[in-house]
Structures are given as structure tokens and as C-alpha cells.
Design a protein around this ligand. Structure first.
Ligand code: GAR
Length: 215
């Protein structure tokens, strides 16, 4: 069985989408893939309640209790190891990870970012997309490196920017796509259909088509 450990900081809607898809598609029987646990760096993350209700093991590691990022990440990595993590999925996990953690799980950490990278790394992506006047916006799933929102791109989904949009409307349109793209990307990485090699995500033609969502 391939184990996925999900890291959250808040609402957890992407975690929920991955979990619900894994149940609907019966990942454990059909693919030998399961979510083995959820870790939050915030005790009040709403996603924790959902994980508990789903019967998944949860752990809280409050980053405020650690003197340095590396001290926090040592405990985080140890907990992920205890959950036998094959893949670590950042789902609204709002802590930058250092090369310590990233190198311990090289090529096994995924993140979702609400923009078409390499455009708009960092925060407030929807406001910045509107400000820039782009007509197409979207979401990216990528392998994590120590540089913020900069790792090899696994998959992307695009949405139109509409004349009446404000940041909230645009974010909602992107979020719907996040909930389609992320479960798909997680499954394909867990199955070994996407791997990190020479700084790029390697995949076959069929997989690349599944991971380029244009409408
Ligand atoms: C999502 O929109 C995700 O793309 C974004 O935070 C939100 C978390 O929502 N992530 C980032 O901005 C990372 N740079 P969720 O907790 O409901 O999944």
C-alpha cells in the first residue's frame, strides 16, 4: 500500500476533495493507495475535524512551539515517517519548507498553488491576476523544492477571467478546478506515473493529457 500524508493549515477543502475522491474511486482496492494521516501546523485548522470524522489519524505540530524552522521540520518529518509516508501532499499548508525537509522527501512532496505558475508565486494570486489583467488564470500542482512555489510542474488547470470578476469570484472558480486537479495529480504520482527527474516532471502522453485541464 502506498501511503499519502496530507499537511494542512486551515479549511482543508483540497484535503477533503482528495479524501472523497479516494473513497469514490476506491483507491485502496483499485490502486493500492490510501491516505494514512493528516498533519496540521495549526491546532484550529477546520480540516482536522473533517479528518477525525473520516476516521483518519491526525497530528497537530504547532510551529509556534519551535525555536527554528528546522526543529519544527524534524518533528514534522518524524511524524510523516511514523505514518509511513510515501507521498506528502501540501493542501493549503502555509509554512515554507526548508531544504532540510525537502531533501528528506526529495521528489515525494506535492503542493497546490492557486495560479498558473511560474506566474504569480506567493500570496494574493487572484488579486494579482486581476491587477495584471490576464484573461486566463488557474491552478498548478508541482513538486516542492526549497524555493517557494518553484518546483517542477506536475499539472495545471485553466479558468477564464470574466469581466465581472472580483478576487472572491475568481478564487471560487479556481478552487473548483483545484478539487479536480489535485486528487488526479496525487493519484498519478502515487502510482508512479509521474516522477521527478532532472528537475522536470516525467510522464507519458496519456498522463500529460490528464494533467492539462483546459476546460
Ligand atoms: C487553496 O486555494 C490552495 O491552492 C492555496 O490555499 C488554499 C487552501 O485551501 N494554497 C496556497 O496558496 C499555497 N501557496 P484549502 O485549505 O481549502 O485546501
Amino acid at each position: 500500500m502506498k501511503n499519502i500524508v496530507v499537511l494542512i493549515s486551515g479549511r482543508g477543502s483540497n484535503f477533503k476533495a482528495i479524501y472523497e475522491t479516494s473513497v469514490k474511486e476506491n483507491w485502496s482496492e483499485n490502486y493500492g493507495v490510501q491516505i494514512s494521516g493528516v498533519i496540521s501546523n495549526r491546532p484550529d485548522a477546520a480540516g482536522l475535524d473533517y479528518a477525525t470524522a473520516a476516521g483518519l489519524p491526525t497530528v497537530i505540530i504547532d510551529h509556534k512551539h519551535f525555536a527554528s524552522r528546522e526543529d519544527f521540520e524534524k518533528v514534522l518529518a518524524d511524524e510523516a515517517d511514523k505514518m509511513n509516508a510515501d507521498i506528502i501532499v501540501l493542501a493549503g499548508f502555509m509554512r515554507v519548507l526548508t531544504s532540510y525537509f525537502v531533501s528528506r522527501f526529495e521528489g515525494k512532496i506535492l503542493n497546490i498553488h492557486p495560479a498558473l505558475l511560474p506566474m504569480f508565486p506567493g500570496l494574493h494570486t487572484h488579486e494579482r491576476a486581476l491587477e495584471a489583467g490576464v484573461r486566463i488564470h488557474g491552478v498548478t500542482v508541482h513538486f516542492v523544492t526549497a524555493e517557494l512555489d518553484a518546483g517542477a510542474i506536475i499539472g495545471q488547470a485553466a479558468v477564464p477571467v470574466l469581466a465581472e470578476d472580483d478576487a472572491e469570484k475568481l478564487a471560487a472558480r479556481v478552487l473548483k478546478k483545484e478539487h479536480i486537479l489535485y486528487p488526479r495529480a496525487v493519484r498519478l504520482v502515487a502510482l508512479g506515473k509521474v516522477t521527478l527527474a532532472d528537475g522536470h516532471a516525467q510522464m507519458d502522453e496519456q498522463t500529460s493529457q490528464e494533467l492539462a485541464i483546459l476546460s
